[in-house]
Ligand binder design. Structure first.
Ligand code: SAM
Length: 222
């Protein structure tokens, strides 16, 4: 009983996993070593305009490398030193130029300014359960009207042991709809080394609305 308690406390801190321990102790369930297939699909569909891109919780950097090679100017943030070391090595080997930042993304977001695109694979789906308002505030700070937010999140609808946290399409529309309009929300499967068929996920591409031209003037005239 005590031994089990110790094991759990090692990987859980303040309601969320001890990320660095998970990286140090082996291969976490989300870690495939390759860019997410759904990210590659969205890039091939040319739905994301090339420009500056912030990746939140980049892990060991496979997606960041793919994005940099596709022409984005990538800033990739993660709070795990082990993951970021591996990401730097991956980028170096791939010859990809990426600005890596070892930091708590909430701290980083206070001063980093806005990006054309903000991306995360597996960040929104856990942080929404811890502090959704704080995350929405972060997304507001790091975007501007016209910016895109793209997230890959675990989807409700299948029983899957050790799968990602799950969120329903209604919850996504309600929560992210507070800031963004939906470009697409479609199911896909997360690849995982732990499960051949992967895990059900949502591919969610959002865009921050651009206020109509006359809006500011008519506000001033009131
Ligand atoms: C589920 S993993 C996903 C990693 C990567 N996106 C992938 O798909 O392989 C979540 C990542 O977020 C990072 N993370 C968690 N909280 C963070 C925070 N407050 N600031 C920066 N990174 C954080 C973790 O270290 C971890 O690498």
């Amino acid at each position: 009983m005590n031994r089990r308690k110790n094991k759990l406390s090692k990987v859980k801190r303040a309601g969320q996993p001890d990320w660095d321990t998970m990286y140090r102790e082996g291969t976490p369930p989300w870690e495939t070593g390759c860019a997410a297939g759904e990210l590659v699909r969205v890039l091939n569909e040319s739905k994301l305009p090339r420009g500056t891109l912030l990746e939140i919780g980049c892990g060991t950097g496979a997606d960041a490398v793919c994005l940099a090679r596709t022409g984005f100017e990538v800033t990739a943030v993660d709070s795990s030193p082990t993951a970021l070391d591996r990401a730097r090595t991956r980028a170096e080997l791939a010859g990809a130029s990426i600005r890596f930042v070892l930091d708590d993304v909430f701290k980083f977001a206070r001063t980093c300014g806005a990006f054309d695109v903000v991306y995360d694979a597996g960040f929104y789906h856990f942080i929404r359960r811890i502090d959704l308002d704080k995350f929405l505030d972060l997304l507001w700070r790091v975007t501007r009207p016209g910016s895109y937010y793209f997230t890959l999140a675990g989807a409700a609808g299948e029983e899957a042991e050790d799968g990602p946290p799950q969120v329903s399409d209604e919850e996504i529309r309600l929560e992210l709809g507070r800031l963004f309009e939906c470009v697409h929300l479609r199911p896909f499967r997360f690849e995982s080394p732990r499960r051949l068929e992967g895990y059900l996920g949502w591919s969610c591409l959002m865009r921050r609305p651009i206020p109509p031209c006359g809006m500011f003037r008519s506000n001033l005239e009131q």
